[in-house]
Design a protein around this ligand. Sequence first.
Ligand code: PEP
Ligand code: MN
Length: 359
Amino acid sequence: MLVVMQSQATEEQVRAVCKKIEALGYRPHSMPGAQRTAIGITGNKGEVEAGSIEEMPGVQEVIRVSKPYKLVSRDTKPDNTVIKFAAANGHSQPVTIGGRDLAIIAGPCGIETREQAFATAERVARAGAQFFRGGAYKPRTSPYSFQGLGEEGLKIMAEIREQFGLLIVTEAVDYESLDLVDQYADVIQIGARNMQNFSLLKRAGRAHKPVLLKRGISATLEEFLMAAEYIMSEGNYNVVLCERGVRTFADHTRNTLDLSIVPAVQRLSHLPIVVDPSHGTGKRNKVTPLSRAAVAVGADGLIVEVHHDPDRALSDGMQSLYPDQFDALMQQVTQIAAVLGRTVPKSTSVHAEAIISAD
Ligand code: PEP
Ligand code: MN
């Protein structure tokens, strides 16, 4: 059920409707938009008795939502969600995901050492990334592969935020790591393998930071949106979707990057969607071409693996760009973004500028 308020409805009227929904034993989710506020109702097993709400002042209509998801839907919120970050240390401009600026997230697959993380962070900050990625908890196919540095890795990333003004994106794999990631990072990543870990999704929905939700390796569009719905239904409306490739019969790449999901998501949902061409292809030589394509198809940003020394990376070296390649990628996608009226923010980190002028 969705309560659509009149465009001139007052905040008080919105609050009264939310109170009424609570009194009926359900949960209200108020979604203000440019034209009007809609209030999603969750927690109902069946039909909500619409009559009593429909008569309340400020209410335009109460509609049944036939789709299995409500809060992620454009029916609930017609305008795009723009996630705003308090200006990171050293940034002169606020950073957003889902607005005119493309969000560029770059960094190594895993945080291996302080030196490795800093060397890579310096280069991606200088190239103009606003976000630094890196796993402290690595979900590896083999239990004998590098599993990440844990909290030590999170501490290194928190230092990187201080030093370079980069916002931190890192994966949580379970409840325990999610609590720590919520504490140290700016964006909580939920990986492809956990896209349908419903208890973890609900926990992320109670966290304080935005969530970057990766598409599962065999997830349909609807399953992907339902996973986001789990997070939003707990009250965290700052969700970024991420296409990272799905498994197909094709064996020339690690996964098949499904760029058609970008406009498909945008048709159905107000949530931003970014593309990961690194896991999406698994091959360094395909990352830049597919980054160009992702921006052209209308993605709200990119998440790209970059390593200062990929040949010695402890994970995903084959798909990690050399820093010089990332520089070229940034220049190319900046030009493509302009065609679509989007911008790739120039490096605004005063720290990065300091690095450049120190050369
Ligand atoms: C990653 O971003 O390093 C990662 C493990 O991604 P995914 O969950 O998409 O495999
Ligand atoms: Mn990786």
